[in-house]
Design a protein around this ligand. Structure first.
Ligand SMILES: N[C@@H](CCC(=O)N[C@@H](CS)C(=O)NCC(=O)O)C(=O)O
Length: 228
């Protein structure tokens, strides 16, 4: 199978953590998509994912799967022992619910803030955004407020359980972890005084699969283009 993505980016990181967690690294060929040059908005990539975003999983029979949750479901179930997406109906439901909260309270609004209230990934992608900069910026700043509320929500929630969906690390934790990584890069990090959230983050960061992948480096060319 192939995965179209870009090292260093948050949604690709979700899948790289899943691959490490499931021991599937050697079964995947990574195809790097040049996001900053808008390669994902060109016809060749849009034919794989009309949403024009990475990651995309391509199976050996040509089946294309996009959306990190769908890719995670597939990879987690390959060995018949789903450890990240739930084994029982109750586990599955709770993991999906918390995963969606991690996306809609943190990861997605961080992305909207980054892409609309800041220069985002740079000039090549500007033509794919609304030309109304002030409206875009206003919307992005409102999304940043949602992130602040999301941090508070998860800081409270984690006072009652070790992981988002209960006693076990799951897809929901991976999504929130990627959201916090993205928030750091976007300049709206989780406050240090959210101690429960920060303690959870340290616990997740120490898991072997996450330790290997969260240090995942951006492509040097991207760092140069971002001005680092
Ligand atoms: N809902 C999607 C989100 C994917 C996404 O936003 N990917 C980012 C990279 S982290 C992307 O391709 N951004 C390019 C853009 O917005 O132009 C998922 O779960 O996979």
């Amino acid at each position: 199978m192939k995965i179209y993505d870009r090292p260093g980016f948050p949604n690709p990181a979700r899948i790289r953590i899943v691959l490490a967690e499931k021991g599937l690294d050697d079964q995947v060929e990574f195809v790097s998509v040049d996001l900053m040059a808008a390669e994902h908005k060109q016809p060749a990539f849009l034919a794989k994912n009309p949403a024009g975003i990475v990651p995309v999983l391509e199976l050996d029979d040509g089946t294309l799967i996009s959306e990190s949750t769908a890719i995670t479901e597939y990879l987690d179930n390959l060995d018949g022992h789903p450890s990240l997406t739930g084994r029982t109906p109750r586990e599955k439901a709770l993991i999906h619910m918390m995963q969606r909260r991690a996306e809609s309270f943190v990861l997605d609004p961080v992305g909207l803030y980054f892409h609309h209230a800041t220069p985002g990934l740079g000039a090549a992608l500007q033509v794919y955004k609304s030309p109304d900069w002030s409206a875009r910026k206003e919307m992005g700043l409102q999304e940043a407020q949602k992130v602040v509320q999301g941090y508070r929500y998860f800081d409270d929630l984690l006072q009652h359980r070790p992981f988002l969906a209960g006693d076990h690390f799951s897809m929901a934790d991976i999504t929130l972890f990627a959201g916090l990584m993205f928030a750091d890069a976007a300049g709206i990090p989780a406050p240090e005084d959210h101690q429960t959230l920060q303690a959870w983050r340290r616990r997740v960061a120490a898991l072997p699969s996450v330790r290997e992948r969260s240090g995942q480096q951006f492509v040097q060319e991207d760092l140069t283009r971002m001005g680092f």
